[in-house]
Write a protein that binds this ligand. Structure first.
Ligand code: NDP
Length: 272
C-alpha cells in the first residue's frame, strides 16, 4: 500500500497541494498518495488521530488549523516554536507527532529562485498575522540590513518585532510610520483577499526594488499592480506555495523535488 499523506483545512476543496505533491511523487518515483481532508472546525486533533489510525504518515495543515496543529505536537522544530504554528506534521517511528513550519523557508527559497538579493537588503514586511510570524526567522537569517514590520494594528507589529529582536535588526509600527526606500516589500496582510491596498507612501521603493505578495491568483493582486506602477518588480506567492510544499516533501521522504516544472504547471492551471 502507498504511504498516505494529506492536507487538512476548512474549507479545503480548492487546495492546490494534492496536485503539487502528486507531481513531486511522480517526479521522484515515491510510492505515496496525498489527499485533501476537511477537518471539523471543533476537532482538528481527532481528524489527525483518525488519519494516523488509517495509516497516515504525515500532513500539511492550512487555515484555520495551524495553531491547533502546533498545540498537539509531541516535538517541534525550532522554527515552528518561533512561529507558534505548524504547517507540516510527521508521524515518527516511535508514534510521536513531530511538527514543523515550512512557509518561511518556502518564501526565502522563492525569493532566491527569483534572484532577489536578501543579504544587506532593506526589507519592509506588511502585516503581523500568522503568515508574517512564520517568515521572520528565515528572513532575518539571510542577514538583511533591516526588517521593518508595519501593520494596521500597530501594537501587533511592535510586539512581533520585539519577539524576534534577538535574531537581527528588526522594528515595527503602524502604516503611518513607514518611511522608505526599501529594496524588498513583502505583503503578508490578507488585504489582497478583499482587493484592498494598505495605505502606503508613493516613494516606497528603491531603484530595482522587488514587491512580493504572499497571495497569488490568475491576475496580479491590487498590491502588485500598485507596486509595478511605481517601478518595482512584482512577484506573487505561487512559488512560495510550491517551495513550502517541496520542503514538507523533503521532511517526509528525504527527497528534494525539482520545483520549476511544478511552478509552470500550476501557473498554467491558474490561467486556464
Ligand atoms: P491573519 O488573519 O493571521 O493576519 C491577517 C493580517 O492582515 C493582519 O496583520 C491584519 O491586520 C492584516 N489585514 C487584514 N485586512 C487588512 C486590510 N484591509 N488592510 C490592511 N491590513 C489588513 O492571516 P495570515 O497571516 O494567516 O495570512 C495572511 C496572508 O498570507 C493571506 O493572504 C494568506 O493567503 C497568505 N499566505 C500565503 C502563503 C503562501 O504559501 N503563498 C502561506 C501562508 C499565508 P490587523 O492585525 O490590523 O487585523
Amino acid at each position: 500500500m502507498n504511504d498516505r499523506y494529506c492536507v487538512f483545512g476548512n474549507p479545503i476543496a480548492h487546495s492546490k497541494s494534492p496536485m503539487i505533491h502528486a507531481a513531486f511523487a511522480e517526479q521522484t518515483g515515491e510510492a505515496m498518495e496525498y489527499t485533501a481532508i476537511e477537518a471539523p472546525l471543533n476537532d482538528f486533533a481527532g481528524a489527525w488521530e483518525r488519519f494516523v489510525a488509517e495509516g497516515g504518515r504525515g500532513a500539511n495543515v492550512t487555515v484555520p488549523f495551524k495553531e491547533e496543529a502546533f498545540r498537539l505536537c509531541d516535538t517541534l522544530s525550532r522554527r515552528a516554536r518561533r512561529a507558534g504554528a505548524v504547517n507540516t506534521l510527521l508521524l515518527g517511528k516511535n508514534g510521536l507527532t513531530y511538527g514543523d513550519t515550512t512557509d518561511g523557508v518556502g518564501l526565502v527559497r522563492d525569493l532566491q529562485y527569483h534572484e532577489v538579493g536578501l543579504g544587506g537588503a532593506r526589507i519592509l514586511v506588511l502585516g503581523a498575522g500568522g503568515a508574517v510570524r512564520g517568515i521572520l526567522e528565515p528572513l532575518l537569517a539571510m542577514q538583511p540590513s533591516s526588517v521593518h514590520v508595519a501593520n494596521r494594528t500597530a501594537s501587533k507589529a511592535l510586539a512581533l518585532a520585539e519577539d524576534f529582536a534577538d535574531l537581527g535588526p528588526i522594528d515595527g509600527g503602524g502604516f503611518d510610520a513607514v518611511a522608505g526606500p526599501f529594496d524588498l516589500v513583502i505583503n503578508g496582510t490578507s488585504a489582497s483577499l478583499s482587493g484592498e491596498l494598505p495605505p502606503l507612501p508613493d516613494d516606497l521603493f528603491s531603484r530595482g526594488a522587488c514587491a512580493y505578495d504572499m497571495m497569488y491568483g490568475a491576475e496580479p493582486t491590487v498590491f502588485l499592480h500598485w507596486a509595478e506602477g511605481r517601478g518595482a518588480r512584482g512577484i506573487d506567492g505561487l512559488g512560495m506555495l510550491v517551495e513550502q510544499a517541496a520542503e514538507s516533501f523533503f521532511l517526509w521522504r528525504n527527497r528534494r523535488p525539482e520545483t520549476g516544472s511544478v511552478r509552470a504547471a500550476l501557473r498554467n492551471l491558474l490561467l486556464e
